[in-house]
Design a protein around this ligand. Structure first.
Ligand code: KG4
Ligand code: ZN
Length: 325
């Protein structure tokens, strides 16, 4: 079995995965969302302290599996350095105590492999990664052969939802809040312009759109009604997703993908999935509970790393805030 640990941002999670059957034997996640909500975003120092409490609390529940562990997998990039260190330190301690090697796992690869938790690995694949930290289109040819085809120049897709939620006076994370308000809104009321629509660049940008929303909210000032908020969310969401679709259509002129998947926290967004279903006949998304950060996807990626022998000693492993691919 592999024990996997995730602590790259605000979710403390541990999973146990069986090597042969790929079955998840244990999975637990403690989300810190409610602790960060009042700050409108993740406070790294607070997140690190909460991981230091939550990870051992979860680990306690895995005692029966510990004699069967063959390797400890841990997210070591990309993410908040101070929170990555919490998971990596636990992995080092387990590596020493259980006398097993460590498998360092890239968080973004974890999101890609969340697609293969309930079905067989199917690569090569085109992937749209939409999370709080990233907006990228990837050509995933193999576990260690990933090409970035497009990326965000500024804010990420998920982050823009978080910021719109915050500007409207709602908490963090904003993805679900904005999506739910949008359901009751008129998406044609506000004419936000689609970012980079006249640019040939294969890139994404969300800071300008966020600014357009900020100006509309300022115009409505304290008179803003519940319906105004729903209309803003609907108009914003429509344009945020139209931007993704426009750029992907451009990309499709250069690349052909037999399979396409959407991963990352924002892959839970129904409007997004419906729009992509119009472009691809069979868009893959992870099971809903594995869209946002979790250790099960890290365990699934680790099965591949284990087969490839990507082991690391507790002395050699390090954390990186940025992704190395
Ligand atoms: O992958 P994830 O759990 O963490 C990172 O690796 O960043 O993604 C979290 C992000 C947050 O920004 C959250 O607001 C966004 O995903 N998100 C959504 C939705 N659910 C979560 N964005 C849009 N629509 C959603 N339904
Ligand atoms: Zn993530």
């Amino acid at each position: 079995m592999i024990l996997s640990i995730e602590s790259s941002c605000d979710d403390s999670s541990i999973a146990i995965t069986e090597l042969k059957s790929k079955k998840i034997l244990f999975h637990k996640k403690i989300s810190q969302e409610s602790s960060h909500a009042c700050y409108g975003g993740v406070v790294p120092e607070l997140a690190a302290r909460l991981h230091a409490k939550a990870l051992p609390d979860i680990l306690k529940q895995t005692k029966e599996f510990l004699p069967h562990i063959k390797a400890v997998a841990v997210t070591n990039e990309p993410g908040l350095s101070v929170t990555l260190v919490e998971g990596v330190t636990m992995a080092k301690a387990l590596s020493i105590a259980l006398r097993v090697p460590i498998l360092p796992i890239n968080h973004l690869k974890g999101h890609v492999y969340s697609l293969f938790l309930e079905q067989d690995e199917r690569l090569p694949m085109g992937i749209l990664l939409v999370s709080g930290g990233h907006t990228q289109v990837l050509h995933v040819k193999a576990y260690n052969d990933i090409e970035i085809l497009a990326t965000s120049l500024d804010d990420s897709f998920g982050e823009s939802f978080d910021k719109v939620s915050k500007m409207l006076g709602y908490g963090y994370p904003g993805g679900v809040v904005v999506e739910n308000l949008a359901k009751k809104g008129d998406e044609d009321r506000f004419n936000f312009t689609v970012p980079l629509s006249n640019s040939p660049k294969l890139a994404f940008s969300y800071s300008g759109l966020k600014n357009q929303v900020r100006l509309e909210i300022a115009k409505l000032s304290s008179e803003i009604s519940e319906q105004d908020k729903c209309d803003i969310c609907a108009s914003f969401q429509k344009v945020a997703i139209k931007h993704l679709i426009q750029k992907i259509k451009k990309l499709l002129k250069l690349h052909r993908f037999e399979h396409f998947g959407i991963v990352g926290g924002a892959s839970a967004n129904i409007y997004l999935k419906n729009e992509f279903a119009k472009l691809f006949s069979n868009v893959q998304t992870p099971p809903l509970k594995y869209c946002s950060d979790n250790a099960a996807m890290i365990g699934r990626a680790a099965l591949r790393a284990y087969e490839l022998g990507e082991f690391c000693s507790f002395e050699a492993i390090d954390v990186r805030a940025k992704s190395s691919f």
